[in-house]
Design a protein around this ligand. Structure first.
Ligand SMILES: Cc1cc2nc3c(=O)[nH]c(=O)nc-3n(C[C@H](O)[C@H](O)[C@H](O)COP(=O)(O)OP(=O)(O)OC[C@H]3O[C@@H](n4cnc5c(N)ncnc54)[C@H](O)[C@@H]3O)c2cc1C
Ligand SMILES: NC(=O)c1ccc[n+]([C@@H]2O[C@H](COP(=O)([O-])OP(=O)(O)OC[C@H]3O[C@@H](n4cnc5c(N)ncnc54)[C@H](O)[C@@H]3O)[C@@H](O)[C@H]2O)c1
Length: 448
């Protein structure tokens, strides 16, 4: 059985949804396909459920920091109840998404999508013919190629654990390790991070990450940098993780071992050869319009495209670019200037624009203001000892090149710097803006 559409979308995550809804609104016939429940990573297995857990961890952390400062009692996380609270958000998502597609007359298909030709995709026994096909299949944990890899659980499984294990080892030291260890530690688990690199959170500025490490230490997270995991062995009800650190072999026992070692485009099982969609080193070969260089009917967006950083707002942006190109011809290219990023540790760390190293590499002339400011009011009123920033401003143009924050409200204030960078607002304009006081934003003037 074969059905024809103007656009066939592989996936139902952020990128897929934006593309499907917008092309349908323009009158196109559209189909979406997913092998997992509808909604994608962010809503079901990533940002949103993670943020619900961080919310509880943050409440507990704040109350503990305020002990002896007017707040009494020992708040605790009841993990099972917290997971139930998280599910009150995630469980209804697939059905709501399905209903919204059906309401718009977008055809819904369930199962693994597999190309069978340049313009055709198979789902079960159904062939979908598309004038255009969008690959919005997201990302998956990178294969580590170590013995016992099958014992790792991924972020999706971690976020659905009904019982929090006592000893948790996280393989890798990026976003997932940082966020999950902060949640786990506040909930009473012993978290150990085994990070191959010389420091944690390499997407963020070294000084700020250095200041943030104090918060890992305070809650007893065992961070071991320069430590590469080499194998995992099942022992009794738990696991023994083998790693190499400074030429020495080390082992550590755990009840659960979590994959936090990076994610790569998920192109598994798509049978891209059948559509002559070129792939190199695990990445789709796309032109500047997010179109396959070898099959003009095929576009990609979001984590699958790996054109910009693998973040939700980027998936949405990519999809809008692709829709523009589908509806108006190849007129649009992604613009990743000023994409803010936050690791939701407690406190959060955030970045937008260039790193100081990248600004130097580009030969730009700029001034940098970098300071640890635990005595500022914002930090003191929150009883939070970690607060600091680094901001770079170009000498000639007065443009903000990059802003980096750690501490209370960093996750919100970074968006104001994102606005400035994306719309070429000058540092002077930011300084002249009146921000409500006392808020995180009211510190911006002193950071410039
Ligand atoms: C734990 C975690 C926390 C995160 N937190 C944040 C955050 O706080 N902020 C942020 O900006 N980003 C965060 N991210 C990243 C963010 O979730 C992703 O960048 C974003 O969700 C990608 O959206 P997408 O539409 O490209 O792909 P996805 O949402 O991953 O959608 C891809 C869909 O395609 C389906 N699919 C794949 N292959 C096939 C196939 N062959 N056939 C049918 N269906 C298929 C999948 O089942 C999936 O539903 C987080 C990621 C993780 C893992
Ligand atoms: N808040 C957010 O925006 C957020 C949260 C979670 C995930 N994400 C997205 O998901 C992606 C994946 O997250 P992640 O934390 O898995 O990856 P990451 O790229 O942030 O960090 C992975 C780390 O694992 C280390 N590593 C790799 N192999 C190792 C090994 N064998 N032993 C020890 N360390 C090893 C690497 O050195 C690297 O520093 C991120 O790039 C991010 O874009 C975003």
């Amino acid at each position: 059985m074969s059905q024809n559409f103007d656009l066939v979308v592989i996936g139902t995550g952020t990128a897929a949804r934006v593309a499907a809804m917008r092309t349908r609104a323009a009158g196109w016939s559209v189909a979406v396909i997913d092998s997992k429940p509808y909604g994608g990573t962010c809503a079901l297995r990533g940002c949103d459920p993670k943020k619900m857990l961080i919310g509880a961890a943050s409440a507990v952390d704040h109350a503990r920091r305020m002990r002896g400062k007017g707040v009494v009692g020992e708040p605790q996380i009841e993990w099972r109840d917290l997971i139930a609270f998280k599910r009150s958000f995630t469980d209804p998502v697939p059905e709501k998404h399905e209903e919204s597609y059906t309401a718009k007359d977008i055809a819904t298909f369930y199962g693994e999508a597999r190309f069978t030709g340049a313009n055709s995709v198979e789902v079960g026994s159904t062939i979908l013919e598309g004038k255009h096909i969008l690959i919005a299949s997201g990302a998956k944990p990178v294969t580590l190629g170590i013995p016992g890899e099958e014992h790792l659980i991924d972020s999706e499984q971690f976020l659905t654990l009904e019982v929090l294990p006592e000893r948790i080892v996280l393989v890798g030291g990026g976003y997932i390790a940082a966020e999950f260890s902060h949640i786990a530690a506040r909930a009473g688990a012993q978290a150990t991070i085994l990070q191959r690199g010389g420091r944690m959170l390499t997407h963020f500025e070294p000084e700020l990450v250095g200041w943030l490490m104090e918060s890992f230490e305070t809650v007893g997270i065992d961070v071991r940098t320069g430590t590469e995991v080499t194998g995992i062995e099942k022992i009794g009800t738990g696991y023994r993780v083998a790693a190499s650190s400074g030429g020495q072999s080390v082992t550590i026992e755990a009840d659960v071992v979590v994959h936090a070692a990076g994610r790569v485009p998920n192109l598994d099982g798509l049978n891209l050869e059948a559509a002559e969609v070129a792939v190199k080193d695990g990445r789709l070969q796309l032109n500047a319009h997010l179109q396959s260089v070898s099959n003009p009917a095929v576009y990609a967006a979001g984590d699958a495209a790996a054109s910009g950083p693998p973040l939700t707002p980027v998936s949405s942006h990519d999809a809008k670019v692709v829709v523009g190109n589908l509806l108006e011809g190849n007129e649009h290219e992604p613009d990743y200037r000023g994409v803010p990023s936050v690791a939701f540790t407690l406190p959060p760390i955030a970045a937008v624009g260039l790193s100081e190293q990248e600004a130097h590499r580009q030969g730009l002339k700029f001034r940098t203001k970098v300071e640890k400011v635990p005595t500022w009011f914002t930090a003191r009123q929150a009883a939070e000892p970690v607060y600091g920033f680094k901001v770079m401003v170009e000498e000639k143009t007065d443009r903000v090149l990059g802003a980096h924050l750690v501490g209370p409200h960093a996750d919100e204030v970074i968006n104001l710097f994102a606005l400035a960078i994306r719309h070429d607002l000058t540092a002077t304009a930011l300084k002249q803006t009146m921000f409500a006081y006392p808020t995180g934003a009211s510190d911006i003037g002193y950071m410039l």
